[in-house]
Write a protein that binds this ligand. Structure first.
Ligand code: PGA
Length: 246
């Protein structure tokens, strides 16, 4: 099945480097069976779009304001993202939740705003090492999913993506075990489908130290619909291999 492979460049690249990385993606990732999405920082989106508009790749943003317009200094509206051709937006990444205090309520508002536009939300959830050692991962992640999806109804054709990103696996070189990922993805799917309805188009993707050596074993799990890739997405050859995963 076609997978969703999302590159999260975080705040690692400036405008010129983002442009160059997009050009490398375009050269290396051709006729991919998977849907591949690049998410640069806000300021680089226009330049990345210029490169990728003549490719099979899509692009998106790493955050969105829950307001469409108005007195929100420093925020970026989904209307602007749409104008720049974004089709996806990452919401509630753990780095934003931890560093900036982004709450589940904010994540929920942002997801609703994205869906009111034509942006597919990629909602990030995942437990910390502390929660994991306390054996509380399932309860915690289930709670995050429920709060993120409160009052959300998908219109026909609309899609929603949940990225399971255990915080302890992000940027640490430690990936979760394929069977643990599978179990958590099943729980996320079950929880989300109860809220969205069984017809909902939902994809559950995994993120956390994915690279070209770990990707295949995880991709074999039936509930893994794709990947959210941070560090390895900055290396075009490595990311191109990940993008080709079956
Ligand atoms: P990583 O980041 O692949 O570098 O662990 C993933 C993410 O934070 O989205």
């Amino acid at each position: 099945m076609k997978k969703l492979i999302v590159a999260n460049w975080k705040m690692n690249l400036g405008v010129r480097d983002s442009y160059n990385l997009a050009a490398a993606y375009k050269k290396l990732i051709k006729k991919s069976k998977n849907q591949v999405v690049a998410c640069p920082s806000f300021c680089a989106i226009a330049d990345v779009a210029e490169v990728l508009k003549t490719s099979d790749l899509a692009w998106g943003a790493q955050d969105i304001s829950w307001d469409l317009k108005g007195a929100c200094t420093g925020e970026v509206s989904g209307v602007t993202l749409q104008e720049l051709g974004c089709t996806y937006v990452i919401i509630g990444h753990s780095e934003r939740r931890q560093r900036l205090g982004e709450s589940c309520r904010m994540v929920n508002l942002k997801a609703k705003t994205a869906l009111d536009l034509t942006l597919t939300p990629i909602i990030c959830v995942g437990e910390s090492e502390v929660k994991r050692s306390a054996g509380a991962s399932e309860t915690f992640v289930k709670g995050q999913v429920k709060r993120a999806l409160a009052e959300i109804k998908l219109k026909p054709m609309q899609e929603l993506v949940i990225a399971y990103e255990p915080i302890w696996a992000i940027g640490s070189g430690k990936t979760a075990k394929p069977r643990d990922i599978e179990a958590m993805h099943c729980l996320i799917r079950e929880t989300a489908m109860k809220m969205l309805g069984t017809e909902a188009k939902l994809r559950v993707i995994y993120g956390g130290s994915v690279d070209d050596t770990s990707v295949e074993a995880i991709a074999m799990m039936p509930s893994v619909d794709g990947f959210l890739v941070g560090g390895a997405s900055l290396k075009p050859e490595v990311f191109a291999k990940i993008a080709k995963v079956e």
